[in-house]
Design a protein around this ligand. Structure first.
Ligand SMILES: NC(=O)c1ccc[n+]([C@@H]2O[C@H](COP(=O)([O-])OP(=O)(O)OC[C@H]3O[C@@H](n4cnc5c(N)ncnc54)[C@H](O)[C@@H]3O)[C@@H](O)[C@H]2O)c1
Length: 265
């Protein structure tokens, strides 16, 4: 897919990976609607890239419908909906100890927001025989995230939804990608400055992730792995599941011995 002249909506684009994607899509010729719960953050990014700032809570289907209607009115048909907004809260104790409200928030943000976005744009994409649905999952959605079962479970569900979308609608001209990064230096992980990514192995800056994601979308790749090592971990998990689980238990024990039980939750 060529980004030039396309209209894109990116959610959670007020900062972090979403903001970097907004800059990268714009650099490749797309018009970008910068959607975020944080109105000021959306405005700052939109001003910088000459995009459209949209305040939107993606967990509310009516707000997603209003977002799409506004972008269609300003820019025309939506070619790309990149559902990126997400949260990471960790868990206070054992693997089922996060509150119902945390589990529900993860479900709404990591799954239902993608469902709402799909409902809002898919019928028109099918009618045009063209369109692109991209979903931000995580390596936690194909492997697991130690210390956050709600995050891991809902990111797995996001990958399942993306697979269903491409299996069902791939023949109708609808492209689908699911993005599964490992660690990225964003405010979600407590990084104020993307340059901090250089300090730690295996942590990428949002800019590098955005470039790799955009390249992969140009190639219409379904499973996008900004950290290439994840492909090998997925292969190992699929072919040696019990060994992989045992390795993850050992990794958790190592983290607990270094940081203490509660830091590993
Ligand atoms: N940072 C990482 O290491 C990492 C790794 C893998 C996957 N991801 C995923 O990438 C995506 C972006 O993460 P990030 O690191 O840039 O996070 P971030 O916290 O830096 O930015 C997330 C943005 O989403 C917005 N947002 C939160 N709730 C919203 C809502 N209800 N409606 C609209 N916007 C909302 C926030 O205001 C914020 O601007 C998430 O889905 C996250 O799970 C991140």
């Amino acid at each position: 897919m060529d980004f030039n002249g396309k209209t894109a909506i990116i959610t959670g684009a007020g900062r972090g990976i979403g903001a970097a994607l907004a800059r990268e899509f714009t650099a490749r010729g797309a018009r970008v609607a910068v959607a975020d719960l944080d109105a000021a953050a959306a405005s700052t990014v939109a001003l910088e890239i000459d995009g459209l700032a949209c305040t939107c809570d993606v967990t509310d289907e009516r707000e997603i419908q209003a977002l799409v209607a506004r972008v269609e009115a300003e820019f025309g048909p939506v070619d790309i909906f990149f559902s990126n907004a997400g949260i990471f809260r960790g868990e206070p104790d054992h693997a089922a100890s996060a509150t119902d409200s945390t589990w529900q928030a993860c479900w709404q943000l990591h799954v239902m927001a993608h469902v709402y976005a799909t409902r809002a744009v898919l019928p028109a994409m099918i009618a045009r025989g063209d369109g692109y649905l991209a979903q931000m999952a995580s390596a936690a959605g194909v492997l697991n995230q130690i210390g956050d079962a709600a995050y891991s479970s809902t990111k797995h569900a996001a990958v399942g939804l993306s697979e269903a979308l491409t299996i069902t609608h791939g023949h109708q001209g609808v492209k689908v990608s699911v993005v599964c990064p490992q660690y990225v230096a964003t405010p979600m992980l407590g990084y104020d400055d993307p340059a901090q990514a250089e300090e730690l192995p295996n942590v990428l800056s949002p800019e590098v992730v955005a470039q790799r994601v955009t390249d992969a979308m140009e190639a219409e790749t379904f499973m996008i792995l900004p950290h290439p090592d994840v492909a090998g971990y997925m292969e190992f998990k699929a072919s040696h599941y019990e060994k992989w689980l045992s390795g993850m238990r050992k990794l958790r024990a190592k983290i607990v011995s270094q940081l203490g039980e509660h830091q590993a939750q």
